[in-house]
Design a protein around this ligand. Structure first.
Ligand code: HEM
Length: 519
């Protein structure tokens, strides 16, 4: 009883403290902002500003709806911050190209500080030398075209295992979301860390514990009010997740150090991977005096590769399958292409992936409708003017890639899943077409697009080659729930269950050779 009373009192006190802080902030901000020419924005409530506009599990949708009223460059008052929301290709180009350097850092968020060791990873570190070094190392060791190509056997092996697992469930409902996520994590950990971490399944289950909306939380909007982080429950939840990640990441590093000393003793001959390279930069190690990493920095970077590369790719695969099951014409067309390409060989082979023009359009169309990172944020580091509007230092800029991909000014029938729109269309994801930015643009553009895309394209080729797919329990395609939800990335809210029907069995090596001879 005593503790209940204590909790209630704490809540009441916190509420009043929050109101006082918010009122003070709001009064100060109304004074400063009214005198500058900032973009239009919705009416603000006293004290909380526009925070109520974003109390939703799908902020990208709410922001698009607001932009329809207030325009493609609008401002919102979120706690102590002013957020400038960009919802058109023209303004995205102004931010991500014309003024790229001014907007090259990301805002500070609590989740990044706790999970990513004081934001010392690539995604959240501030623009500057440290970030440049990290990006260079990861590019050279993992993400160049050649590196990505060298991981082909890992991908083919993993997707063959996935197909075998699916085949053992043929005829009954199968949780494709879970199996695909696990395969993608296996591929990333084997490519980046040279092994199947024994902690991998644990890692996936810890990821699921990241609180929904961690990437965008009310506690981030009043950073000086530390008690708010406790009141919302975010800090303790994130700290719990962090402790679990920290143990797993520590194990990955220890495994590498052990392997390294075995190699020194002449007992092992493991190939160097990203973690080995990062360890060479560890405090005081070797010749790399100009750039040092702590163990925590290394952990943050490993987490980045899982975090930025895992969900993004696997959610794209699941959205593509969900869209195709609702549009059998598209699935059929993609299946014909994949089967015609690989029937002679009797198996899917990555070296022919560029022949799959239609499948590539399916992937592009999926990323247009369902960019896994629909909102990406940048800090304004220097006052500037965007088409007559004044953007001040420390304004947060949020680019709504999701809204831009569904804007009827650039896309006909924008809500329709229609991969044909990308056939014979030179538009690509490389950050020069600002009406299509699923990988972002400018200096902070995603460095993992090649790795991400090959994972998505190849997995879909495997899934479509070997199986026909049906919805479970006599469900009609119109009834498939396509609701999305926001965590750190946007996923389909419910896992996708489908019934696989084997169409092309997995051939063993000899049978493949025979099929090839018959070409
Ligand atoms: C379908 C797959 C993927 C999508 C749609 C995607 C999308 C994005 C987006 C939108 C950003 C923010 C870009 C910006 O601010 O302009 C980003 C950043 C990033 N992505 Fe990806 N990504 C994918 C796969 C990957 C993979 C496989 C990796 C690596 C293993 C990766 C690593 C990163 C990193 C490190 C950043 C931060 C870059 C920086 O801030 O400098 N991503 N990604």
């Amino acid at each position: 009883m005593d503790s209940e009373l204590h909790n209630i009192l704490a809540l009441i006190i916190s509420f009043f403290l929050f109101m006082i802080l918010a009122l003070k902030t709001w009064t100060n901000l109304s004074k400063t902002e009214s005198s500058t020419n900032i973009p239009p924005g919705p009416w603000k409530l006293p004290i909380i500003g526009n925070m109520h506009n974003l109390l939703t599990s799908t902020p990208h949708r709410r922001l698009r709806d607001l932009a329809k009223i207030y325009g493609p460059l609008m401002h919102l008052q979120l706690g102590v911050f002013v957020a400038i929301v960009v919802s058109s290709a023209e303004y995205a180009k102004e931010i991500l190209k014309t003024n790229d350097l001014i907007f090259a850092s990301r805002p500070h968020i609590l989740a990044a500080d706790i999970l990513f060791y004081e934001s010392s990873d690539i995604v959240f570190s501030r623009y500057g030398n440290y970030w440049r070094h990290l990006r260079k190392i990861c590019n050279m060791e993992l993400l160049t075209q050649n590196c990505v190509k060298s991981f082909q056997p890992i991908r083919e092996k993993e997707f063959t295992s996935l197909v075998k697992i699916i085949d053992s469930h043929k005829g009954s409902p199968f949780n494709l979301s879970e199996a695909v996520l696990s395969s993608i994590y296996h591929i990333i950990s084997r490519s980046a860390f040279g092994m199947k971490s024994k902690n991998q399944e644990q890692f996936i289950s810890v990821l699921k514990e990241i609180p929904p909306g961690a990437g965008f939380n009310v506690a981030d909007l009043f950073p000086s009010a530390k008690w708010l982080q406790l009141l919302t429950g975010l800090r303790p939840q994130l700290e719990k997740v962090h402790r679990q990640f920290d143990r797993i990441l520590g194990d990955i590093i220890d495994e590498h150090k052990k392997q390294k000393s075995k190699d020194k003793d002449g007992q092992g001959d493991a190939k160097e991977d990203l973690v080995d390279v990062l360890l060479k930069f560890q405090d005081g190690n070797g010749s790399n005096q100009d750039f040092c990493l702590t163990t925590n920095n290394i952990k943050a970077i490993i987490l980045d590769m899982f975090g930025a590369g895992g969900e993004t790719s696997s959610f794209t695969i699941i959205w593509a399958m969900a869209e195709m099951i609702r549009e059998p014409r598209v699935m059929n067309k993609a299946q014909i292409e994949v089967r015609e390409t690989f029937d002679m060989k009797g198996r899917v082979d990555e070296s022919c992936i560029d022949e799959l023009k239609y499948l590539k359009s399916v992937v592009k169309e999926t990323l247009r409708l369902h960019p896994p990172i629909p909102l990406f944020a940048r800090d304004c580091e220097q006052p500037c003017e965007i088409k007559g509007y004044r953007i001040s230092v420390k304004h947060k800029v949020i680019v709504n890639a999701w809204a831009i991909g569904r804007d009827s000014s650039y896309w006909t029938e924008p809500e329709r899943f229609y991969p044909e729109r990308f056939i014979d269309n030179p538009i690509d994801h490389k950050g020069t077409n600002f009406d299509y930015i699923p990988f972002g643009a400018g200096r902070r553009i995603c460095p993992g697009s090649t790795l991400g895309l090959i994972n998505v394209e190849l997995s879909l080729a495997f899934l479509l080659y070997h199986f026909d797919w049906k919805l479970p329990n006599g469900m009609k395609k119109e009834d498939l729930d396509m609701t999305d939800q926001y965590g750190l990335t946007v996923s389909k809210k419910d896992d996708l269950y489908l019934i696989p029907v084997t169409a092309r069995p997995i051939l063993n090596r000899e049978a493949c050779m025979q099929a090839k001879k018959g070409e």
